[in-house]
Design a protein around this ligand. Structure first.
Ligand code: BGC
Length: 383
């Protein structure tokens, strides 16, 4: 009997000692951060996919090609997880993408009129890729670059930092611009994006993320029944080229008034000039109470079907609400789904469009040696 007890002790003690390692190994099979290959660029360079997870089963996939958010998987009110971001299954899709699905947009998000701006008396000429305008940084914006990625996760949250050096003269912009974009997925179901950029020569900069959301799930029809609230009592009206006229106008009494939560489709076809010019909503809204660049709630979207809620908090002064008017069902996205007109919305936190040519707008100039910083949080919940 004694001998059996001794054998048991001899067996149990080492087993007990091994337990922490067994758990650690188990943890390794399901970490908060996982990295895998996302495919090869035409020159043979590999792009990677970073998979961030939190304790609620929320998952955000980000590739260092374009520092693109590839998918955002979040639960609905019954806990059913669905990918709410439009995109592609593979790198190939992002290489050919023209819609900026999930993209980090730079150097200058949104439009610059006539593909040119003046800074300190000198005229800078940019490639025109949107009629007479430069859109989202030019013909080869930051979304077409391979970024350097670093796992910067902490015990609290999975995080990845993307870095890119845009050389002096890149797409016509002055200064060597060094950019870092850090994505953090926290346990409160928020995805935080922190931007930092510095230059060695005075330049202009406007960075955003161009995720397209469908809170019912990507590929699940249009977003016209989803509700939106914008904490914006003013917007910047545009001309026929979607360039701001320079005015800052009240939304009150117009179909652009989203100060109360309203279905996106409720007034989208109203007989209103700004909606006709935008082919729907494609406007920059001025976020209320945010001139001090403090973190402010800019937008709240809600899908009555799934119960998913998306809140957008930002330090930026503006938010472009784009109702996916130019999606036309020709592009095959994830799982081969054709994304039709208004099958997603984008809410791009940013400085106002064409600011380098608009003396009335908050400046987008970044002085040599100084840092540009901004933060945007996409917070998901259910109702
Ligand atoms: C613009 C739209 C454009 C879309 C894709 C949005 O930021 O406001 O006009 O079609 O990006 O480029």
């Amino acid at each position: 009997m004694k001998r059996i007890a001794l054998y048991c002790q001899l067996l149990i003690f080492p087993l007990a000692l091994c337990l922490p390692f067994v758990f650690a190994q188990h943890g390794k099979t399901d970490p908060r951060m996982q990295k895998q290959s996302f495919g090869k660029l035409p020159d043979g360079t590999q792009a990677d996919l970073y998979i961030l997870r939190n304790k609620n089963g929320m998952e955000v996939d980000i590739t260092n090609y374009g520092a693109d958010v590839v998918s955002i998987k979040v639960p609905d009110r019954h806990g059913k997880i669905e990918d709410v971001a439009l995109g592609y299954d593979n790198l190939e899709g992002y290489i050919h993408d023209k819609a900026y699905f999930g993209a980090t947009v730079g150097r200058y998000a949104n439009r610059i009129a006539h593909g040119s701006f003046k800074l300190h008396g000198r005229v800078y000429t940019l490639p025109k890729n949107n009629g007479d305008n430069t859109l989202h940084g030019g013909t080869s914006g930051f979304n077409k670059r391979l970024w350097k990625a670093e796992d910067v996760s902490t015990p609290e949250a999975a995080a990845v930092q993307m870095s890119y050096l845009s050389k002096n003269g890149d797409q016509g912009f002055p200064g060597n611009l060094s950019v870092n974009v850090r994505f953090t997925l926290a346990d409160d179901n928020s995805l935080k994006i922190e931007y930092a950029a510095t230059t060695d020569k005075d330049t202009v900069v406007n960075l955003t993320n161009h995720s397209y959301f469908n809170l019912a799930g990507q590929g699940k029809g249009d977003i016209l029944g989803q509700e939106l609230q914008l904490h914006a009592s003013r917007f910047t009206p545009v001309n026929a080229n979607l360039i701001p006229t320079g005015q800052i106008s009240p939304v009150k009494g117009t179909p652009l008034d989203f100060t109360r939560s309203t279905a996106i489709g409720a007034r989208i076809n109203a007989d209103f000039e700004q909606l006709k010019l935008g082919h729907g909503y494609d406007h920059n809204f001025v976020i209320d109470g945010n001139p001090m660049r403090k973190m402010a709630l800019a937008a709240r979207a809600y899908d009555p079907g799934s119960g998913r809620v998306l809140e957008i908090w930002t330090t930026q002064p503006g938010i472009q609400f784009y109702s996916g008017n130019f999606l036309d069902g020709t592009v095959a996205g994830k799982g081969g789904v054709k994304y039709g007109r208004r099958s997603a919305f984008a809410l791009e936190t940013q400085h106002f469009p064409d600011s380098p040519n608009q003396p009335n707008f908050p400046t987008t100039e970044l002085k040599a040696g100084r840092w540009f910083r901004s933060t945007t949080v996409y917070k998901f919940s259910t109702q």
